[in-house]
Design a protein around this ligand. Structure first.
Ligand code: MIC
Ligand code: SF4
Length: 639
């Protein structure tokens, strides 16, 4: 029986466990990636472990999220990250160098390597056949300390591509088709593996777009084979010697197979407020548009901007539309500057934005009240743009560019241009001058915004408190910990904790901290897919700081579950889904015999308000159970 590419890469890196779908394994990590918004915590945690040098093959620290610098906090964070990287041996990618996933693809990602990144879109590198996984900062800190990454051996779903994309249909439309089919929930511990004759028609940046947004389905990662396209991409980046051919065996057996004919796909859009809420652009045609933003780690490559510029060329942005363009990296910016693409964009009326996450994470370009914003980014969660009343649609660069001209949702196939001649350049600009390589000599700078890595206490034998909040399906980590204007507090937990659940229940933080100060243990009650989206471990750390001891949900997403366990919060699942309806916000709740229950995996929750007993089970591996009882990983590794 043949092997999948996923299991080939896992077996090359297996440190512990049995390679059987569903079993707990640990894998060795070659490369790590951090970004500033999750990185400060990751490096503080690394320091707390008492390890003096990075022990994995390559560690890169990117500055791309908090680059707006209103107030001293962002700059102070950058200085901490620059100096700690130098001290421990990480490469520092300076602000302005670009978005971590795009820059990683250009400069470091290699077929066959494992990559762990403190960002949920780390799987972007799956486009180049790297086994790339997103995780919380603490897991990345452990990997930098040379400790293998714990995960569940995934089920592997084969997405078999045939045909070829038609003009004006792009990689974004492919991943939106995948999202329409698989949805944003129920794909935990799954890897999407792309095969089939259609694969060879897609360039590496296109594959990266598809792998990037697999994160929205909640999969562990996505994988493309490494083939002639991969070789060509690496050669054009001047990194041809890193090429290695990799693919699944022809008789590989998958847990599931889905056939997708690329030539059947049409331009698509993800409608508010979920990347899985997919409609065809045809259905939306005519809707007035107020803002168009092209960029983010999903669609900001050279080819994305070339195509957008060709559609915009000779036209001007509609008077009622704001058009912003953020090239994904400094290399991309240099290329579009040199070949005249930038000129076309500027002449068309585009506002040129920094090569950074920027608008995607709500740091700027918030849309107007009740306005319609078309973006090429990957997430349109409620309020993420900074404007709760706005409707954000996720579209391809082609759809975005044509709609910017017409002022309404428009199908790019009707733009009347021919962009079929646009092809990959002979060579990519590849400039290393914005990386700072470590000298192991820096004194670490810590501004007043840099706090201590927070620790929990060992789990008490009885948990007694209230259901401090009850939330619905698909609560994202953006709901739990807002980004945008609040993101500058990422290194300051007491301050950031004031904004837990801000967009859905602004009184939560005060309610929870008062309960904590009365000596109570807090509970969060949630429905399906709790904690989807971002890898930010602050969505566990800040609730922990507010005294939350357990999350009880119908289901919890992978990265968030790991973050809860890492910080000593019990991830509990209802045995019977309908019991969710039996608990109300404010109910008094008790969990007894916690130690024994963690070990057996089964709990009985007493709802003292209703008198009902509710059966629950833990969602944690044996290793994680020990961590939870100890009050989190930092207590274990810093003992
Ligand atoms: C995101 O896209 O939500 C982020 C911001 O990149 C996050 C990381 C973070 O919250 O810092 C992610 O995707 O993990
Ligand atoms: Fe940055 Fe947006 Fe990509 Fe997250 S999804 S890494 S915020 S560009």
């Amino acid at each position: 029986m043949g092997n999948t590419l996923c299991y080939k890469l896992l077996s090359e890196h297996l440190a512990k466990g049995e390679l059987k779908s569903g079993s707990d394994i640990s894998i060795r990590i070659d490369h790590t990636l951090t970004q500033d918004a999750t990185g400060t915590m990751a490096y503080l945690e690394f320091e707390a472990m008492g390890v003096d040098k990075v022990r994995n093959e390559l560690a890169v620290s990117y500055i791309d999220h908090n680059t707006i610098q209103i107030g001293y906090e962002n700059f102070d964070d950058h200085e901490y990250l620059r100096t700690i990287a130098d001290k421990i041996g990480a490469i520092y990618s300076r602000p302005g160098n670009g978005i971590c996933h795009q820059v990683n693809l250009e400069h470091f990602a290699l077929p066959g390597k494992t990559l762990l990144g403190s960002d949920s879109h780390t799987p972007t590198a799956g486009g180049i056949a790297s086994f790339a996984v997103g995780a919380g900062g603490l897991d990345v800190a452990l990997a930098m300390a040379g400790i293998p990454f714990q995960m569940v051996a995934p089920r592997v779903v084969n997405i078999r591509l045939s045909g070829r994309l038609r003009p004006f249909v792009s990689a974004k439309d492919v991943i939106l088709s995948v999202l329409a089919h698989f949805g944003t929930k129920g794909n935990v511990n799954t890897v999407f593996e792309y095969t089939g004759s259609g694969v060879s028609t897609l360039t590496v940046p296109e594959r990266a777009t598809i792998a990037n947004m697999g994160a929205e389905c909640g999969v562990t990662t996505s994988l493309f084979p490494s083939d002639e396209m991969t070789r060509e991409f690496l050669e054009k980046e001047g990194r041809g010697d890193g090429f290695r051919a990799l693919s699944a065996d022809p008789d590989a057996v998958y847990d599931d197979v889905w056939e997708l004919d690329l030539s059947s796909i049409e331009p698509l859009a993800a409608c508010p407020h979920s990347p899985g809420n997919v409609k065809s652009v045809r259905e939306l045609e005519g809707m007035k548009v107020n803002q168009v933003l092209i960029g983010s780690c999903t669609n900001s490559s050279y080819m994305d901007l070339r195509k957008a510029a060709e559609i915009l060329s000779g036209c001007h942005v509609h008077p009622s539309v704001e058009l912003g363009i953020a090239p994904g990296s400094r290399d991309v910016l240099m290329m579009i500057t040199e070949d005249g693409t930038l000129d076309k964009l500027i002449k068309a009326g585009a506002r040129i934005l920094e090569s950074a996450c920027g608008f995607c994470i709500g740091s700027h370009q918030s849309p107007g009240t009740e306005s319609v914003s078309l973006r090429t980014s990957n997430r349109n969660f409620y309020a993420r743009s900074g404007t709760a009343s706005a409707s954000v649609y996720l579209v391809s660069p082609e759809t975005a560019a044509f709609s910017a001209i017409t002022g309404e949702f428009s199908d790019p196939r009707k733009c009347g241009k021919d962009i079929s001649a646009i092809s990959m350049p002979e060579r990519f600009v590849h400039d290393d001058s914005m990386f700072i390589y470590p000298t192991f000599t820096a004194d670490v700078k810590r501004g007043p915004n840099i706090g201590e890595p927070p620790k929990n206490t060992a789990l008490p034998e009885t948990l007694h408190g209230h259901a401090l909040i009850k939330v619905e399906d698909r609560i994202t980590t953006d709901h739990i910990m807002p980004a945008g204007a609040r993101m500058k507090y990422r290194s300051n937990i007491p301050e950031y904790a004031k904004y837990v659940f801000e967009s859905i229940d602004p009184a939560f933080s005060v309610r929870a901290s008062e309960a904590r100060d009365r000596g109570e243990h807090g509970f969060i009650i949630a429905r399906q897919s709790y904690g989807q989206g971002s890898s930010r471990e602050h969505a566990a750390i800040c609730p922990m700081y507010l005294g939350i001891k357990a999350v009880i949900a119908v289901s919890i997403e992978r990265i968030h579950q790991a973050n809860l366990a890492n910080f000593g919060i019990l991830p509990l699942i209802f045995d019977r889904e309908e019991d969710y309806d039996r608990i109300s916000q404010g109910d008094e709740l008790v969990l007894e015999n916690v130690q024994k229950s963690v070990q057996s995996g089964t709990f009985v929750l007493l709802d003292k308000t209703t008198g009902e007993s509710i059966p629950l089970h833990i969602f944690a591996s044996d290793e994680q159970k020990k961590t939870i009882l100890a009050g989190g990983k930092l207590n274990e590794v810093t003992k």
